[in-house]
Design a protein around this ligand. Structure first.
Ligand code: FES
Length: 108
């Protein structure tokens, strides 16, 4: 399911993050090196809001326990930790869309 996430002017600036509602999910969008990356805003550890953390290059650092995940492939810094859930994100004209997993609940 493809849903509109926001308008392009609402995106965070380069090297920052911002959370948006995507269907029933909260999605964090990060911008780095001219790219856009979308992932679950809930940390895979204990669901802290990753948008309240910070970026260190391509790594998002969780605000609670400082676990780090790569925003380009979802990999955790420590092997064996659960990965970040990534979403496909695209811009069409001035609108930003993401692809949610099949079976996701629509926005309410
Ligand atoms: S909740 Fe994110 S590292 Fe613990």
């Amino acid at each position: 399911m493809i849903v509109k996430l926001c308008n392009a002017h609402e995106l965070p600036p380069e090297n920052e993050m911002k959370a948006f509602r995507g269907g029933a999910l909260e999605i964090c969008v990060a911008r780095h090196a001219g790219g856009m990356f979308a992932f679950d805003n809930d940390c895979p550890h204990q669901k802290a809001p990753l948008s309240s953390g910070h970026l260190d290059g391509t790594k998002v650092v969780c605000p609670y326990h400082a676990w780090r995940f790569d925003i380009t492939d979802g990999c955790p810094e420590i092997a064996g930790d659960p990965p970040l859930v990534l979403y496909e994100i695209r811009q069409y004209d001035n609108e930003i869309f993401i692809k949610l997993p099949d079976g996701s609940e629509p926005a309410r």
